[in-house]
Design a protein around this ligand. Structure first.
Ligand SMILES: Cc1cc2nc3c(=O)[nH]c(=O)nc-3n(C[C@H](O)[C@H](O)[C@H](O)COP(=O)(O)OP(=O)(O)OC[C@H]3O[C@@H](n4cnc5c(N)ncnc54)[C@H](O)[C@@H]3O)c2cc1C
Length: 407
């Protein structure tokens, strides 16, 4: 039996604590908040998208950073296994569009309650309102931890302190700082799953407009560096919504200010088919102004920005529009462009990219290669994935890998 301290009572910490206690270890969780799972509480808009109901094999392509590192632990503690674990613990689940798994009650707090029940039944002790300030190491072996209330000398410490986004939940990057202080390599932190700030003359008018079935692509010069099909949203700062969140995770290591965002508003039609479609509308509205001939093709808010982007005159009668002008219109419909300025601040990222370098950590046990007895789990690691329940599953799988490897 080992003395184990888990720092942080979030998703990865609760799972790690349970797994370590179930193995017969004496486990103490130290959490600086007054309660467990403050971030879990706000996940999935308060409903908590716990995981995604797919196989481990299909899960992995949804990991953006360090897929290979995560492969073993996702196979070992897979979405299927997590779902069975939670249901056995009394949490009924449901699966929604895109395989997204939620508690049947739609209450994120029920997920935390289920994890806490597991921990309490396994004998885990909790210290709330206590903050870990330092990890001490002697001769490459963990020697103790300091908190604002005292000093402890456990055999193992599991750092489950999360990233740096939504810091009011307690995720303030402490674990990543501890790693740096101990000379453990970390990867620069970047926002992931966040909106993209854009500049374009018409953005204000488009605010609040949500588009479905569009293709959003990011170009660096002529090269397409990221492309997603689905929904997007125009906001007060630029663009957001599922396609844009995913895109932010793929471009956050690039110079975002050099990106051009191109929206294909009609991805199901190639240019020739779209031209035929535009012609049909033109035939119907032959004596109207161009701005009054596109209502069947576009949401109202987009008509003038698209005509402006095509360089055409919104007041031109449809019968006067030449083939070349029509082609420009089709081009604008398939390449509606915005200039990216930056990503939204890291505080607003749904996850933090970067963190403790995975090269420093054993992928089977999450134990630090440089410090015996020290483990890193969850978002403190340089791992992140798209939306859809993948990030919580990573927290649970890495937490389980660490906890179950002890004892
Ligand atoms: C708005 C929002 C919605 C999200 N929705 C989803 C979703 O629906 N599905 C999904 O898969 N993912 C979602 N995520 C991402 C997911 O919540 C995180 O990836 C996951 O919670 C990370 O778990 P973790 O255990 O690594 O860290 P956290 O959940 O951040 O937990 C870290 C804990 O450590 C504690 N701590 C930190 N430092 C110290 C210290 N020095 N001493 C003591 N305690 C400390 C913190 O107080 C905190 O309780 C969402 C994120 C946000 C911000």
């Amino acid at each position: 039996m080992k003395k184990v301290i888990v720092i942080g009572a979030g998703a990865s910490g609760l799972m790690a604590a349970y797994a370590a206690a179930k193995n017969g270890n004496e486990v103490l969780v130290i959490e600086k908040n007054e309660k467990a799972g403050k971030k879990i509480y706000i996940t999935g808009k308060g409903r908590c998208n716990i995981t995604n109901d797919i196989s481990a094999e299909d899960f992995l392509p949804n990991v953006v950073s360090n897929r290979k590192f995560l492969t073993g632990c996702i196979y070992r503690f897979s979405p299927e296994r997590l779902m069975r674990f939670l249901e056995d613990g009394g949490l009924s689940l449901k699966t929604e569009r895109g395989g997204r798994v939620f508690p049947l009650s739609d209450k994120a707090s029920d997920v935390t309650a289920c994890l806490l029940r597991y921990c309490q039944n396994a004998g885990v002790i909790f210290h709330f309102n206590e903050k870990v300030t330092k990890i001490e190491v002697l001769d490459s072996t963990l020697s103790g931890i300091i908190t604002d209330k005292g000093r402890y000398s456990p055999d193992c410490v599991l750092v489950c302190t999360g990233g740096v986004s939504y810091s009011a939940t307690g995720s303030t990057g402490d674990g990543i700082r501890f790693a740096r202080e101990l000379g453990i390599q970390t990867v620069d932190l970047k926002p992931a799953l966040c909106g993209i700030v854009c500049s374009a003359p018409f953005l204000k008018e488009l605010q609040g407009l949500s588009l479905k079935n569009v293709r959003v692509s990011a170009y660096l010069g002529e090269k397409c560096v990221s492309s997603f099909f689905g929904e997007m949203l125009f906001t007060h700062f630029g663009i957001s919504g599922p396609t844009v969140l995913s895109m932010s995770s793929e471009v956050n290591r690039l110079d975002v200010s050099k990106l051009r965002i191109a929206i294909d508003l009609k991805p199901a039609l190639d240019a020739a088919a779209l031209d035929r479609r535009v012609l049909r509308d033109f035939d119907k509205y032959i004596n109207k102004k161009l701005s009054n001939a596109l209502a069947e093709l576009l949401p109202k808010k987009l008509i003038l920005p698209i005509i402006a982007a095509s360089g055409n005159d919104e007041n031109a009668p449809v019968h006067s529009v030449t083939k070349a002008q029509r082609e420009r219109l089709v081009h604008a419909l398939k390449n509606f462009s915005l200039r990216a300025v930056s990503l939204r601040p890291i505080e607003e990222g749904i996850v933090t990219a970067g963190g403790v370098a995975v090269s420093e950590v054993d992928p089977k046990t999450m134990q630090c290669k440089k410090v015996k007895g020290l483990y890193f789990c969850g978002e403190a690691l340089d791992v992140d994935a798209y939306t859809g329940g993948f990030n919580l599953q990573i927290a649970f799988s890495t937490g389980y890998a660490a906890g179950s490897s002890i004892g």
